[in-house]
Ligand binder design. Structure first.
Ligand SMILES: NC(=O)c1ccc[n+]([C@@H]2O[C@H](COP(=O)([O-])OP(=O)(O)OC[C@H]3O[C@@H](n4cnc5c(N)ncnc54)[C@H](OP(=O)(O)O)[C@@H]3O)[C@@H](O)[C@H]2O)c1
Length: 271
């Protein structure tokens, strides 16, 4: 048997990251490092070596990557999964709250990418998988900054993929729809609530939370990730979940005004 493939998955304390880390570790051919802001370095959970990481901090990112190198000597794949959703109307959301959303979802991804790229180039190749969202393809009402942060991840990934291709580095996106994870409970709400939005906003956020909690199991993410890591030439985009496949397809097929009406209908905003 050859050397195991070394994978680093950010945000592996719950949801997609936890499911994927466990699933890969159980294969036996992967050496998996997972992260959490609350982990103690080296904690072993279901075969996954946990490391502390806050993607908002340059120092934390550097320490995490160094620690993987110290323990495994290389990194074959990075999965940028850490993130959260900020809810609230744009008018209700302070710029600092929006910046914090980008600091984790977008700059966190960029930070991790910058930290591992020198290594991947030196090794002569590797893989990066960035976790976007259906909300990175369609702007979601009362989650506009979350959507914007994922649209930004989409743009970063498209550009990056072209830049590093010649170094043998493959970069892909996973675009999940609604899934049952801890993200529903971790959702943050903009502090500056306005009465003008309250009823519509609360209803829309409730509908989204219910869709997530009645959504599929994140094990599907784990299986898809395994497929991407094993693919000879991974694609740019992988949609995950029926909604993530059909919503962008419907958008291409129907007039924009009808598509927008359907989105409003989904969130009961058509009164
Ligand atoms: N669930 C869905 O329906 C859905 C749909 C589309 C896309 N997504 C995306 O999928 C990814 C994973 O989300 P999930 O649904 O699995 O949610 P989750 O269960 O809440 O997991 C989020 C993970 O991110 C980590 N995290 C949050 N902030 C962090 C930070 N500043 N630094 C490092 N780690 C941080 C958390 O770890 P600690 O708190 O332990 O540090 C946790 O492990 C996110 O990017 C999310 O936007 C989710």
């Amino acid at each position: 048997m050859g050397e195991p493939t070394v994978v680093l998955i950010t945000g592996a304390s719950s949801g997609f990251g936890e499911a994927a880390a466990r699933f890969l570790a159980a294969r036996g051919t992967y050496r998996v490092f997972g992260t959490s802001r609350r982990a103690a370095a080296g904690d072993l959970r279901d075969g996954v070596t946990m490391l502390p990481l806050d993607v908002r901090s340059d120092a934390s990112v550097a320490a995490c990557v160094d620690e993987v190198l110290r323990r495994a000597g290389r990194i074959d794949a990075l999965v940028n999964n850490a993130g959260y959703a900020l809810a609230g109307a744009v008018e209700e959301t302070a710029i600092d709250e929006a910046k914090a959303q980008f600091e984790t979802n977008f700059f966190g991804t960029a930070r991790m990418v910058r930290a591992v790229l020198p290594l991947l180039r030196e090794q002569g190749g590797g893989r990066i998988v960035n976790v976007s969202s259906l909300a990175g393809l369609v702007g979601v009402p009362f989650h506009a900054h979350y959507s914007a942060s994922k649209f930004a991840v989409e743009g970063l990934t498209e550009g990056l993929r072209q830049e590093v291709r010649r170094f043998g580095i493959h970069v892909s996106l996973i675009e999940p729809g609604d899934f049952k994870t801890a993200a529903t409970a971790a959702r943050r709400r903009a502090a500056g609530g306005l009465a003008a939005y309250a009823a519509t906003r609360d209803r829309a956020i409730d509908i989204m939370a219910r869709a997530e909690q009645s959504g599929p199991d994140p094990i599907r993410f784990a299986r898809l990730l395994l497929r991407i890591l094993a693919a000879r030439r991974p694609r740019l985009r992988y949609r995950l979940g029926t909604d993530a496949v059909w919503v962008p397809r419907a958008r291409r097929l129907i007039p924009e005004s009808v598509f927008e009406w359907l989105i409003r209908g989904n969130y009961e905003m058509n009164e």
